[in-house]
Design a protein around this ligand. Structure first.
Ligand SMILES: [Zn+2]
Length: 227
């Protein structure tokens, strides 16, 4: 079961970047919670941990320690940029090659976020950031728009847009880790005295089988199965 550690940047006393009435820490938390929700709802057997689920101060060391202790397979840090510019960029540790496993995961996330958001593509970058250096698993840090740029801030102030940012991350993570989508349709398998009599999508059909064998069979087993 893939373990994914999502790290919404900043929090609590550490607001991160500020601009246009927005705080980076709020935006990163919203995106991270949405990534968590989408992964849990839509993919099979995915384990997700977040570095924080509310507005609280969490030191960088604690974040990477927790991911390392948990044995995460992937670490994704969510940030918002500032300092003049527009669009999306991401980072991996600067000692990694472009054909490393981490770079390949980064490539998928990069492509999907740019595709989902329509953000200007500022490129794939490398840096010696704590969360990239001190993580024992592939780690990617994303910078989602510029909080101090009016056009980007307008997008970041729109929860619908933040959902598309999350969607891009989830599509990239799913592609990179080859996650299995949950099927919308689940079937119920009916087994009577050890013999399977059928698998049904509709509840009425299951009940019909149960009524038919009830009182005659020694045991009837109903199991939920995927498609
Ligand atoms: Zn940040």
């Amino acid at each position: 079961m893939p373990k994914i550690f999502i790290d919404p940047g900043h929090g609590g006393r550490d607001t991160g970047a500020i601009g246009n009435g927005l705080l980076e820490k709020d935006i990163t938390l919203f995106i991270a919670l949405e990534i968590n929700r989408l992964l849990q709802n839509e993919y099979e057997g995915v384990l997700v941990q977040l570095s924080r689920t509310k507005d609280e101060t969490v030191p960088l060391e604690e974040r990477t320690d927790r991911a390392n202790q948990w044995g995460a397979d992937l670490y994704v840090a969510i940030h918002v940029n500032a300092g003049g510019g527009t669009g999306y960029e991401d980072y991996i540790y600067d000692r990694l090659d472009d054909d490393s496993a981490t770079a390949r995961i980064r490539d998928a996330i990069h492509e999907e976020v740019v595709k989902a958001t329509g953000f200007r593509d500022r490129g794939k970058k490398k840096a010696n950031f704590h969360v990239l250096r001190e993580t024992a698993m592939p780690a990617v840090l994303t910078e989602n728009g510029f909080i101090d740029r009016k056009e980007d801030a307008e997008k970041l102030n729109d929860t619908q847009f933040l959902r598309t940012v999350a969607r891009g991350h989830v599509n990239g993570i799913a592609r990179a880790l080859d996650l299995t989508k949950k099927s919308n349709l689940s079937l119920t398998r009916v087994t009577v005295d050890g013999t399977q009599v059928g698998a049904f999508a509709e509840k009425e059909n299951v009940l019909r089988q149960v009524e038919r064998y009830l009182g005659k069979a020694k045991y009837i087993v109903l199991e939920r199965i995927g498609m």
